[in-house]
Design a protein around this ligand. Structure first.
Ligand code: PLP
Length: 440
Protein backbone atom coordinates (compact mmCIF):
# COMPACT_ATOMS: atom_id res chain seq x y z
CA UNK A 1 0.00 0.00 0.00
CA UNK A 2 3.03 2.26 0.29
CA UNK A 3 2.56 2.92 -3.42
CA UNK A 4 -0.35 5.27 -2.65
CA UNK A 5 1.34 8.62 -1.90
CA UNK A 6 -1.49 9.77 0.37
CA UNK A 7 -1.30 6.61 2.45
CA UNK A 8 2.48 6.99 2.67
CA UNK A 9 2.15 10.55 4.02
CA UNK A 10 -0.63 9.49 6.37
CA UNK A 11 1.31 6.51 7.69
CA UNK A 12 4.25 8.76 8.45
CA UNK A 13 2.56 11.80 9.97
CA UNK A 14 -1.06 11.28 10.97
CA UNK A 15 -2.36 10.01 14.32
CA UNK A 16 -5.89 8.63 13.92
CA UNK A 17 -8.66 8.72 16.55
CA UNK A 18 -9.70 5.56 18.41
CA UNK A 19 -7.14 3.54 16.46
CA UNK A 20 -4.45 1.08 17.52
CA UNK A 21 -1.99 1.86 14.72
CA UNK A 22 -0.04 -1.36 15.22
CA UNK A 23 -2.95 -3.62 14.35
CA UNK A 24 -5.22 -1.37 12.29
CA UNK A 25 -5.31 -1.91 8.55
CA UNK A 26 -4.44 1.05 6.29
CA UNK A 27 -7.16 3.71 6.38
CA UNK A 28 -9.34 4.03 3.30
CA UNK A 29 -8.58 7.13 1.26
CA UNK A 30 -11.83 8.92 0.43
CA UNK A 31 -11.80 11.72 -2.13
CA UNK A 32 -15.47 12.40 -2.77
CA UNK A 33 -18.94 11.97 -1.30
CA UNK A 34 -22.43 12.12 -2.75
CA UNK A 35 -25.75 11.06 -1.25
CA UNK A 36 -25.21 8.22 1.19
CA UNK A 37 -22.01 7.17 -0.58
CA UNK A 38 -18.30 7.85 -0.23
CA UNK A 39 -15.84 7.23 -3.08
CA UNK A 40 -12.17 6.33 -3.28
CA UNK A 41 -9.89 7.78 -5.96
CA UNK A 42 -10.46 4.77 -8.23
CA UNK A 43 -14.21 5.22 -7.92
CA UNK A 44 -14.90 2.39 -5.46
CA UNK A 45 -18.13 3.18 -3.65
CA UNK A 46 -18.67 2.75 0.08
CA UNK A 47 -22.26 3.09 1.30
CA UNK A 48 -22.15 5.11 4.53
CA UNK A 49 -24.75 3.54 6.83
CA UNK A 50 -23.38 5.17 10.01
CA UNK A 51 -23.50 8.76 8.73
CA UNK A 52 -19.73 9.04 9.26
CA UNK A 53 -19.76 8.77 13.05
CA UNK A 54 -23.35 9.98 13.25
CA UNK A 55 -22.83 13.50 11.87
CA UNK A 56 -24.21 13.42 8.34
CA UNK A 57 -27.94 14.06 7.91
CA UNK A 58 -28.75 14.88 4.30
CA UNK A 59 -26.03 13.12 2.35
CA UNK A 60 -22.41 13.92 1.62
CA UNK A 61 -21.41 17.18 -0.07
CA UNK A 62 -25.04 18.31 -0.21
CA UNK A 63 -25.12 21.31 -2.59
CA UNK A 64 -27.48 23.43 -0.45
CA UNK A 65 -25.13 23.30 2.54
CA UNK A 66 -21.94 23.49 0.45
CA UNK A 67 -23.31 26.59 -1.30
CA UNK A 68 -24.25 28.28 1.97
CA UNK A 69 -20.75 27.75 3.35
CA UNK A 70 -19.15 29.10 0.18
CA UNK A 71 -21.36 32.20 0.14
CA UNK A 72 -20.64 32.89 3.81
CA UNK A 73 -16.90 32.43 3.28
CA UNK A 74 -16.95 35.22 0.70
CA UNK A 75 -18.81 37.56 3.08
CA UNK A 76 -17.33 36.90 6.55
CA UNK A 77 -15.27 33.88 7.51
CA UNK A 78 -14.96 34.68 11.21
CA UNK A 79 -15.04 37.35 13.87
CA UNK A 80 -14.36 36.93 17.57
CA UNK A 81 -17.63 36.44 19.43
CA UNK A 82 -16.99 38.41 22.60
CA UNK A 83 -18.19 41.93 21.88
CA UNK A 84 -19.33 40.99 18.35
CA UNK A 85 -22.18 39.15 16.72
CA UNK A 86 -23.17 38.43 13.12
CA UNK A 87 -26.26 37.49 11.11
CA UNK A 88 -25.73 33.71 10.89
CA UNK A 89 -25.14 33.32 14.67
CA UNK A 90 -28.14 35.40 15.75
CA UNK A 91 -30.42 33.90 13.10
CA UNK A 92 -29.40 30.34 13.91
CA UNK A 93 -29.94 30.88 17.65
CA UNK A 94 -33.43 32.21 16.99
CA UNK A 95 -34.32 29.43 14.55
CA UNK A 96 -33.08 26.71 16.92
CA UNK A 97 -34.79 28.35 19.91
CA UNK A 98 -38.08 28.22 18.01
CA UNK A 99 -37.70 24.44 17.64
CA UNK A 100 -36.25 23.54 21.03
CA UNK A 101 -38.57 22.18 23.73
CA UNK A 102 -40.10 24.33 26.46
CA UNK A 103 -38.26 27.55 27.20
CA UNK A 104 -34.81 26.44 26.04
CA UNK A 105 -34.23 29.62 24.11
CA UNK A 106 -30.84 30.93 25.22
CA UNK A 107 -27.96 29.40 23.26
CA UNK A 108 -24.20 29.22 23.87
CA UNK A 109 -21.98 28.21 20.94
CA UNK A 110 -18.90 26.01 21.16
CA UNK A 111 -16.88 23.69 18.96
CA UNK A 112 -18.08 20.08 19.23
CA UNK A 113 -20.07 17.66 21.34
CA UNK A 114 -17.50 17.44 24.11
CA UNK A 115 -17.37 21.21 24.53
CA UNK A 116 -21.17 21.46 24.44
CA UNK A 117 -21.16 19.03 27.38
CA UNK A 118 -18.36 20.86 29.22
CA UNK A 119 -20.32 24.09 28.89
CA UNK A 120 -23.51 22.49 30.22
CA UNK A 121 -21.70 20.98 33.23
CA UNK A 122 -19.93 24.25 33.99
CA UNK A 123 -23.17 26.23 33.66
CA UNK A 124 -24.99 23.90 36.04
CA UNK A 125 -22.19 24.07 38.61
CA UNK A 126 -21.65 27.82 38.32
CA UNK A 127 -25.38 28.59 38.46
CA UNK A 128 -25.50 26.89 41.87
CA UNK A 129 -22.31 28.67 42.92
CA UNK A 130 -23.68 32.06 41.83
CA UNK A 131 -26.88 31.43 43.82
CA UNK A 132 -24.85 30.52 46.90
CA UNK A 133 -26.12 26.92 46.86
CA UNK A 134 -23.83 24.07 47.88
CA UNK A 135 -24.83 21.94 44.92
CA UNK A 136 -21.57 20.47 43.60
CA UNK A 137 -22.37 16.84 42.79
CA UNK A 138 -23.29 15.47 39.37
CA UNK A 139 -25.22 12.33 38.49
CA UNK A 140 -24.97 10.31 35.29
CA UNK A 141 -25.92 6.91 33.94
CA UNK A 142 -23.61 3.94 33.64
CA UNK A 143 -22.46 3.49 30.07
CA UNK A 144 -23.13 7.11 29.13
CA UNK A 145 -20.73 8.69 26.67
CA UNK A 146 -20.36 12.47 26.69
CA UNK A 147 -17.06 13.13 24.91
CA UNK A 148 -13.32 13.01 25.44
CA UNK A 149 -12.48 16.16 27.40
CA UNK A 150 -11.97 15.78 31.14
CA UNK A 151 -15.39 16.91 32.33
CA UNK A 152 -17.10 14.85 29.66
CA UNK A 153 -14.88 11.88 30.53
CA UNK A 154 -15.77 12.27 34.20
CA UNK A 155 -19.48 12.23 33.37
CA UNK A 156 -18.92 9.20 31.14
CA UNK A 157 -16.28 7.48 33.22
CA UNK A 158 -18.15 4.22 33.21
CA UNK A 159 -17.87 3.84 29.45
CA UNK A 160 -14.47 2.24 29.79
CA UNK A 161 -11.89 4.15 27.73
CA UNK A 162 -10.47 6.18 30.59
CA UNK A 163 -8.22 3.96 32.70
CA UNK A 164 -5.03 6.07 32.19
CA UNK A 165 -6.82 9.17 33.52
CA UNK A 166 -8.88 7.63 36.28
CA UNK A 167 -7.33 9.59 39.16
CA UNK A 168 -7.73 12.88 37.28
CA UNK A 169 -11.48 12.51 36.76
CA UNK A 170 -13.81 14.22 39.19
CA UNK A 171 -16.34 12.32 41.22
CA UNK A 172 -19.70 11.62 39.55
CA UNK A 173 -22.40 9.37 40.98
CA UNK A 174 -23.39 6.72 38.44
CA UNK A 175 -26.82 5.16 38.25
CA UNK A 176 -27.71 1.84 36.66
CA UNK A 177 -29.06 2.23 33.12
CA UNK A 178 -32.15 0.11 32.44
CA UNK A 179 -31.33 -0.80 28.83
CA UNK A 180 -34.17 -2.54 27.05
CA UNK A 181 -34.99 -4.18 23.71
CA UNK A 182 -37.84 -5.83 21.84
CA UNK A 183 -39.38 -8.55 23.99
CA UNK A 184 -37.29 -7.73 27.08
CA UNK A 185 -39.10 -9.42 29.98
CA UNK A 186 -37.20 -7.60 32.76
CA UNK A 187 -37.60 -3.94 31.81
CA UNK A 188 -39.91 -3.00 34.71
CA UNK A 189 -37.56 -4.55 37.28
CA UNK A 190 -34.53 -2.78 35.79
CA UNK A 191 -36.33 0.57 35.76
CA UNK A 192 -37.48 0.13 39.36
CA UNK A 193 -33.91 -0.62 40.47
CA UNK A 194 -32.60 2.42 38.60
CA UNK A 195 -35.21 4.71 40.17
CA UNK A 196 -34.38 3.33 43.61
CA UNK A 197 -30.69 4.11 43.00
CA UNK A 198 -31.68 7.59 41.83
CA UNK A 199 -33.66 8.25 45.00
CA UNK A 200 -30.70 7.15 47.09
CA UNK A 201 -28.36 9.43 45.15
CA UNK A 202 -30.51 12.57 45.17
CA UNK A 203 -29.82 15.12 47.86
CA UNK A 204 -29.35 18.82 48.44
CA UNK A 205 -25.78 18.60 47.16
CA UNK A 206 -26.79 17.50 43.64
CA UNK A 207 -26.40 20.17 40.95
CA UNK A 208 -27.52 18.19 37.91
CA UNK A 209 -27.95 14.90 36.12
CA UNK A 210 -26.59 14.44 32.61
CA UNK A 211 -28.02 11.81 30.30
CA UNK A 212 -28.39 10.75 26.70
CA UNK A 213 -32.19 10.76 26.48
CA UNK A 214 -33.78 7.51 25.20
CA UNK A 215 -30.71 6.23 23.41
CA UNK A 216 -27.14 5.80 24.68
CA UNK A 217 -24.97 5.90 21.55
CA UNK A 218 -21.38 4.88 22.16
CA UNK A 219 -22.35 2.40 24.89
CA UNK A 220 -23.89 0.31 22.11
CA UNK A 221 -27.15 1.99 21.01
CA UNK A 222 -28.84 1.17 24.33
CA UNK A 223 -32.48 2.13 24.59
CA UNK A 224 -34.64 3.22 27.55
CA UNK A 225 -38.38 3.82 27.59
CA UNK A 226 -39.68 7.42 27.49
CA UNK A 227 -41.79 7.00 30.63
CA UNK A 228 -38.65 6.06 32.57
CA UNK A 229 -36.80 9.19 31.43
CA UNK A 230 -39.79 11.35 32.36
CA UNK A 231 -39.90 9.78 35.82
CA UNK A 232 -36.16 10.38 36.30
CA UNK A 233 -36.65 14.02 35.34
CA UNK A 234 -39.57 14.53 37.74
CA UNK A 235 -37.57 13.10 40.63
CA UNK A 236 -34.45 15.13 39.82
CA UNK A 237 -36.56 18.29 39.57
CA UNK A 238 -38.28 17.41 42.82
CA UNK A 239 -34.86 17.40 44.49
CA UNK A 240 -34.11 20.87 43.12
CA UNK A 241 -31.44 19.73 40.64
CA UNK A 242 -31.09 20.44 36.92
CA UNK A 243 -31.52 18.03 34.01
CA UNK A 244 -28.96 18.12 31.19
CA UNK A 245 -29.84 16.35 27.96
CA UNK A 246 -26.89 15.28 25.86
CA UNK A 247 -28.64 15.19 22.47
CA UNK A 248 -25.35 15.32 20.59
CA UNK A 249 -26.25 12.07 18.81
CA UNK A 250 -30.04 11.94 19.22
CA UNK A 251 -30.68 15.48 17.98
CA UNK A 252 -31.86 16.48 14.51
CA UNK A 253 -34.14 13.55 13.82
CA UNK A 254 -32.23 10.40 14.69
CA UNK A 255 -35.02 9.18 16.97
CA UNK A 256 -37.73 9.87 14.37
CA UNK A 257 -38.52 13.25 15.97
CA UNK A 258 -36.45 16.41 15.76
CA UNK A 259 -35.26 15.85 19.35
CA UNK A 260 -35.43 12.84 21.66
CA UNK A 261 -37.03 15.37 24.02
CA UNK A 262 -40.07 15.43 21.73
CA UNK A 263 -40.89 11.88 22.83
CA UNK A 264 -41.10 13.09 26.44
CA UNK A 265 -43.45 15.07 28.66
CA UNK A 266 -40.75 16.76 30.72
CA UNK A 267 -38.37 19.43 29.40
CA UNK A 268 -34.66 19.56 30.30
CA UNK A 269 -32.92 22.64 31.77
CA UNK A 270 -29.95 22.34 29.44
CA UNK A 271 -29.54 20.60 26.11
CA UNK A 272 -26.30 19.81 24.23
CA UNK A 273 -26.25 19.61 20.44
CA UNK A 274 -23.49 18.96 17.95
CA UNK A 275 -22.91 16.13 15.43
CA UNK A 276 -25.89 16.72 13.08
CA UNK A 277 -25.99 20.45 13.85
CA UNK A 278 -24.18 21.45 10.65
CA UNK A 279 -25.48 18.49 8.66
CA UNK A 280 -22.08 16.90 9.12
CA UNK A 281 -20.11 19.65 7.36
CA UNK A 282 -18.29 21.57 10.10
CA UNK A 283 -17.61 21.06 13.79
CA UNK A 284 -19.81 23.11 16.10
CA UNK A 285 -21.64 22.65 19.38
CA UNK A 286 -24.56 24.36 21.04
CA UNK A 287 -25.62 24.35 24.67
CA UNK A 288 -29.21 25.56 25.00
CA UNK A 289 -30.73 26.63 28.28
CA UNK A 290 -33.48 28.73 29.82
CA UNK A 291 -33.58 32.47 30.34
CA UNK A 292 -33.90 31.73 34.07
CA UNK A 293 -30.57 29.89 34.15
CA UNK A 294 -29.02 32.60 31.97
CA UNK A 295 -30.04 35.21 34.51
CA UNK A 296 -28.32 33.29 37.32
CA UNK A 297 -25.15 34.73 35.76
CA UNK A 298 -26.31 38.37 36.01
CA UNK A 299 -24.39 40.57 38.39
CA UNK A 300 -22.31 43.67 38.75
CA UNK A 301 -19.12 41.67 39.06
CA UNK A 302 -17.48 39.80 36.19
CA UNK A 303 -17.03 36.89 38.60
CA UNK A 304 -20.73 36.11 38.15
CA UNK A 305 -20.33 35.83 34.36
CA UNK A 306 -19.71 32.63 32.45
CA UNK A 307 -15.98 32.94 31.74
CA UNK A 308 -15.84 30.40 28.97
CA UNK A 309 -15.25 30.73 25.23
CA UNK A 310 -13.38 29.34 22.26
CA UNK A 311 -11.40 31.04 19.53
CA UNK A 312 -13.94 29.87 16.97
CA UNK A 313 -17.08 30.39 19.05
CA UNK A 314 -20.06 30.81 16.67
CA UNK A 315 -17.91 30.49 13.58
CA UNK A 316 -19.96 32.07 10.74
CA UNK A 317 -19.20 29.25 8.28
CA UNK A 318 -20.43 26.63 10.75
CA UNK A 319 -23.51 28.76 11.53
CA UNK A 320 -24.23 29.11 7.79
CA UNK A 321 -23.91 25.34 7.39
CA UNK A 322 -26.23 24.79 10.36
CA UNK A 323 -28.82 27.21 8.93
CA UNK A 324 -28.74 25.47 5.56
CA UNK A 325 -28.93 22.06 7.20
CA UNK A 326 -31.91 23.26 9.26
CA UNK A 327 -33.71 24.27 6.04
CA UNK A 328 -33.42 20.66 4.92
CA UNK A 329 -34.09 19.11 8.35
CA UNK A 330 -37.36 21.03 8.80
CA UNK A 331 -38.65 20.18 5.32
CA UNK A 332 -41.59 17.76 4.97
CA UNK A 333 -39.36 15.53 2.83
CA UNK A 334 -36.99 14.94 5.75
CA UNK A 335 -39.81 14.09 8.17
CA UNK A 336 -40.98 11.68 5.48
CA UNK A 337 -37.54 10.08 5.42
CA UNK A 338 -37.61 9.60 9.21
CA UNK A 339 -40.95 7.81 8.91
CA UNK A 340 -39.82 5.78 5.90
CA UNK A 341 -36.55 4.62 7.52
CA UNK A 342 -38.34 3.87 10.80
CA UNK A 343 -40.95 1.79 8.98
CA UNK A 344 -38.30 -0.11 7.00
CA UNK A 345 -36.41 -0.96 10.20
CA UNK A 346 -39.64 -2.00 11.94
CA UNK A 347 -40.61 -4.23 9.02
CA UNK A 348 -37.18 -5.87 9.12
CA UNK A 349 -37.11 -6.46 12.89
CA UNK A 350 -38.99 -9.79 12.94
CA UNK A 351 -36.55 -11.23 10.40
CA UNK A 352 -33.58 -9.99 12.43
CA UNK A 353 -35.04 -11.30 15.70
CA UNK A 354 -35.60 -14.71 14.14
CA UNK A 355 -31.89 -15.13 13.37
CA UNK A 356 -30.49 -17.72 15.80
CA UNK A 357 -27.34 -15.68 16.55
CA UNK A 358 -29.09 -12.33 17.13
CA UNK A 359 -30.10 -10.96 20.52
CA UNK A 360 -31.56 -7.79 21.99
CA UNK A 361 -32.94 -6.18 18.85
CA UNK A 362 -33.93 -2.56 19.37
CA UNK A 363 -35.02 0.38 17.28
CA UNK A 364 -35.37 4.07 17.94
CA UNK A 365 -36.53 6.02 14.89
CA UNK A 366 -33.85 5.82 12.22
CA UNK A 367 -31.50 3.77 14.43
CA UNK A 368 -31.61 -0.03 14.42
CA UNK A 369 -29.30 -2.14 16.60
CA UNK A 370 -28.80 -5.72 17.73
CA UNK A 371 -26.15 -7.89 19.34
CA UNK A 372 -24.46 -10.72 17.50
CA UNK A 373 -24.03 -13.39 20.12
CA UNK A 374 -20.39 -14.44 20.35
CA UNK A 375 -18.89 -11.62 18.26
CA UNK A 376 -15.90 -9.81 19.84
CA UNK A 377 -15.38 -6.86 22.15
CA UNK A 378 -14.52 -3.28 21.23
CA UNK A 379 -11.16 -3.08 19.47
CA UNK A 380 -10.94 -6.86 19.40
CA UNK A 381 -10.22 -8.79 16.25
CA UNK A 382 -13.80 -9.84 15.70
CA UNK A 383 -14.90 -6.23 15.72
CA UNK A 384 -12.25 -5.39 13.15
CA UNK A 385 -13.13 -8.46 11.10
CA UNK A 386 -16.76 -7.38 11.12
CA UNK A 387 -15.79 -3.97 9.80
CA UNK A 388 -13.76 -5.58 7.03
CA UNK A 389 -16.59 -7.99 6.27
CA UNK A 390 -18.95 -5.05 5.75
CA UNK A 391 -16.35 -3.08 3.77
CA UNK A 392 -15.91 -6.05 1.43
CA UNK A 393 -19.66 -5.74 0.73
CA UNK A 394 -19.21 -2.03 -0.04
CA UNK A 395 -20.69 -0.87 3.27
CA UNK A 396 -19.39 1.49 5.93
CA UNK A 397 -20.61 -0.11 9.15
CA UNK A 398 -18.70 0.11 12.41
CA UNK A 399 -19.98 -2.21 15.14
CA UNK A 400 -19.65 -1.23 18.81
CA UNK A 401 -18.24 -4.44 20.25
CA UNK A 402 -20.72 -7.12 19.25
CA UNK A 403 -23.44 -4.54 18.61
CA UNK A 404 -24.19 -3.99 14.95
CA UNK A 405 -26.29 -0.99 14.08
CA UNK A 406 -27.54 1.15 11.21
CA UNK A 407 -27.67 4.93 11.61
CA UNK A 408 -28.00 6.12 8.02
CA UNK A 409 -28.15 9.57 6.43
CA UNK A 410 -31.82 10.41 5.90
CA UNK A 411 -31.59 10.38 2.09
CA UNK A 412 -30.61 6.68 2.13
CA UNK A 413 -32.77 4.82 -0.40
CA UNK A 414 -34.91 1.80 0.46
CA UNK A 415 -32.67 -0.37 -1.69
CA UNK A 416 -29.59 0.89 0.19
CA UNK A 417 -31.28 0.20 3.52
CA UNK A 418 -32.10 -3.30 2.37
CA UNK A 419 -28.41 -3.86 1.63
CA UNK A 420 -27.65 -2.85 5.21
CA UNK A 421 -30.32 -5.14 6.62
CA UNK A 422 -29.07 -8.09 4.58
CA UNK A 423 -25.49 -7.41 5.70
CA UNK A 424 -26.58 -7.59 9.36
CA UNK A 425 -28.08 -11.03 8.75
CA UNK A 426 -25.00 -12.20 6.87
CA UNK A 427 -22.70 -10.93 9.64
CA UNK A 428 -24.79 -12.73 12.26
CA UNK A 429 -24.47 -15.94 10.28
CA UNK A 430 -20.73 -15.53 9.75
CA UNK A 431 -19.62 -14.23 13.14
CA UNK A 432 -22.19 -15.29 15.70
CA UNK A 433 -23.08 -18.52 17.41
CA UNK A 434 -26.26 -19.59 19.09
CA UNK A 435 -26.57 -18.50 22.73
CA UNK A 436 -25.69 -21.57 24.78
CA UNK A 437 -27.40 -22.53 27.97
CA UNK A 438 -24.25 -21.75 29.92
CA UNK A 439 -23.85 -17.99 29.54
CA UNK A 440 -20.40 -16.96 28.34
C1 PLP B 1 -20.15 12.02 20.00
C2 PLP B 1 -20.78 12.37 21.28
C3 PLP B 1 -20.24 13.34 22.13
C4 PLP B 1 -18.92 14.01 21.85
O1 PLP B 1 -18.98 14.78 20.69
P1 PLP B 1 -17.61 15.17 19.95
O2 PLP B 1 -18.04 16.09 18.87
O3 PLP B 1 -17.06 13.88 19.43
O4 PLP B 1 -16.72 15.80 20.94
C5 PLP B 1 -20.93 13.66 23.28
N1 PLP B 1 -22.08 13.07 23.57
C6 PLP B 1 -22.65 12.13 22.78
C7 PLP B 1 -23.96 11.54 23.17
C8 PLP B 1 -22.01 11.74 21.61
O5 PLP B 1 -22.56 10.80 20.85
Amino acid sequence: MATDPILALDARHVWHPFTQARTAPDPTVIVRGEGASLYTADGTRLLDLVSSWWVNLHGHAHPHIAGAIAAQAHALEHVMFAGFTHPPAATLAARLAAQLPGDLNRLFYSDNGSTAVEVALKMALQAAHNRGEARTRLLAFEGGYHGDTFGAMSAGASSGFYAPFQDKLFDVTFLPYPATWAGDPAVEAKEAAALQALDAALGEDVAAIILEPLLQGAAGMRLTRPAFVDEVMRRVRGAGALVIFDEVMTGFGRTGQLWAARHLQEVPDLMCLSKGLTGGFLPMGVTATTQALYHAFDGDAFAQAFAHGHSYTANPLACAAALASLDLTLSPQTAGHWARIGAAHAAFMPELMAHPHIQQVRQCGTVLAAEIHGAGDYGGNTSLELRQFFAARGLLLRPLGNVVYLLPPYIVTNEELRRGHEALLAAATGFGRPPGRAAS
